[in-house]
Design a protein around this ligand. Structure first.
Ligand code: NAD
Length: 262
């Protein structure tokens, strides 16, 4: 197929979704670019302007915490007004039609939940930017409230209950992924009939090993990503057209087929 033709890709993908009993969807930053959130590798994006603060550095150094919050303050401005696009809505539609086995995401923007996927069906491997945790007393605050404090001039906001370090509920570089979540992601990947990657460069481990695991256990593997990925050679289906456009069309075609019983 012409990997750039969104219409043709949508027709093929709709047929696969119809044919399989259920599907694991795996998303990365690329699904949210059509919502205005730059992906990790976009030139000039906020991610490219800051050296990542490692978790041990965050704990050990006041200067690192200042740098961390400066970057978080800027990055959150992209997330703040963002709304789900056709890609997110299509995956929510798959869940409504009981096709979605589970949604594994590397994203921290909360747009899948906002699109209507239920939290118990989403595995947020890298956590969420929508909440902030106190590392000392465990208190949880909406990220928007902490952003308001940053915008008002606080550079390193302390916990209002105990004065401890606040940190968004995301996994930092140098911080382990929650073991139970990762285990569940491995189990789901090994037991699915189909696995669809959307908008991920598949360069961040261990998340990027999941599609290969699914394929080794016999799943159909689809990759919908603008650029090449290291797993392209093992994919059963590849598409480089914009994810939101392809998925929007796919779900329209697929739901129409279901409703007409054709
Ligand atoms: P990545 O930036 O490494 O890769 C994104 C991929 O998506 C790229 O290969 C790009 O070509 C592709 N892409 C971009 N727009 C697309 C579109 N409209 N349609 C199809 N493909 C598109 O992202 P990653 O693999 O998710 O890894 C980056 C890390 O950064 C993750 O850990 C993630 O947590 C974090 N991150 C998250 C967000 C978010 O939550 N929205 C944004 C940036 C980075």
């Amino acid at each position: 197929m012409d990997a750039n033709d969104a219409g043709q890709a949508a027709r093929e993908l709709a047929r696969v979704i119809e044919a399989v009993e259920r599907i694991v969807v795996f998303t990365g930053a690329g699904i949210s670019t059509e919502s205005g959130i730059p992906d990790f590798r976009s030139p000039g994006g906020v991610w490219s302007r800051y050296r990542p603060v490692l978790y041990p550095e965050f704990l050990a150094s006041a200067e690192a915490r200042r740098r961390y919050w400066q970057y978080k303050k800027e990055a959150y401005r992209d997330f703040d007004g963002a709304v789900p696009n056709g890609g997110h809505l299509a995956i929510a539609e798959m869940e409504r039609h009981s096709k979605l086995q589970v949604l594994i995401t590397q994203n921290i923007d909360g747009l899948h939940e906002m699109a209507g996927n239920s939290p118990d069906r989403i595995l947020e491997l890298h956590g969420t930017e929508r909440w902030v945790n106190c590392l000392q007393c465990g208190d949880r605050t909406p990220r928007s409230e902490v952003q308001a404090r940053l915008e008002a001039g606080e550079d390193v906001p302390p916990c209002r209950k105990c004065g401890g370090f606040l940190k968004p509920a995301t996994i930092s570089f140098g911080q382990a992924l929650p073991e139970d979540l990762l285990q569940k992601a491995f189990e789901e990947s090994q037991s699915c009939p189909a696995f669809l990657v959307i908008g991920s460069s598949l360069q961040v481990q261990p998340a990027a090993s999941l599609p290969a695991l699914a394929k080794r256990h016999g799943a159909w593997l689809g990759i919908l990503n603008r650029e090449e990925t290291p797993l392209d050679p093992m994919a059963d289906w590849l598409c480089r057209a914009p994810a939101g456009e392809v998925l929007g069309q796919t779900v329209k075609l697929w739901t129409r087929t279901r409703e007409s019983g054709v």
